[in-house]
Design a protein around this ligand. Sequence first.
Ligand SMILES: Nc1ncnc2c1ncn2[C@@H]1O[C@H](COP(=O)(O)OP(=O)(O)OP(=O)(O)O)[C@@H](O)[C@H]1O
Ligand SMILES: [Mg+2]
Length: 242
Amino acid sequence: MTDILDGPPIVTRGVERTFVGATGQEIHVLRGVELTVQPGETIAVIGSSGAGKSTLLHLLGGLDRPTAGQVSLAGHDLSSLDDAELGHLRNRFVGFVFQFHHLLRDFTAIENVMMPLLIAGQPTKTARGRALELLHQVGLGERLDHRSSKLSGGEQQRVAVARALALEPPVLLADEPSGNLDVETSERLHDVLFELVREHGTALVVVTHNPLLARQTDRILDLRGGVLLPVDAAVPPYPRKD
Ligand SMILES: Nc1ncnc2c1ncn2[C@@H]1O[C@H](COP(=O)(O)OP(=O)(O)OP(=O)(O)O)[C@@H](O)[C@H]1O
Ligand SMILES: [Mg+2]
């Protein structure tokens, strides 16, 4: 398996995902998702609650496997990989930010950001330097040694963004990163998010109900009836700021 990326970080072909419900009935959530995420491209995925947005994001990041169709991460068809290879690929190529941050509560902000770097085998000093830099970039230079459980919701999400980008993955997958934040805090998080992905050329797929976030992306896709449909970004509520 190669660690080099020279094409789209994510490509899906005819992705389907079916769940079996509580009474044994099949729920066809995804019915043929076609998506190519180009290097450095930013994409918003919108759609009603239960449309399958989180399901899709899990599949894109190799946290789940499709019922039918193909997901390729960095040119590797995920169905050809065993769990260990998939784990390796995920660590190397994908960063995740979830709606509820999933930080380690008893660890400080800087420890949370250092964690993926240490797991990847970087020396403590290097990991600390990189984590420091990222936390300064997300405006938390004064909060390095606060336990994550003692940070505000917006601060925790900024730590989560810093952690997700620590290993400089070519693609960041974010599920409602500002879903439980107030308008002002959300905007601040969005600014930080876009600043970082643009600086590093990171591709971004972000699930959001927030038009302010969606309209900052290169394109908007609506997950509807189990497929992705392009949204006309020229019409409200998505007109571009510029
Ligand atoms: N593991 C599972 N087992 C059974 N059904 C599931 C499972 N995961 C998701 N579903 C069902 O699939 C559908 C899509 O769920 P999903 O969480 O992807 O929606 P969503 O678009 O992210 O919604 P929201 O905007 O509310 O977060 C829902 O009907 C959900 O109940
Ligand atoms: Mg969801």
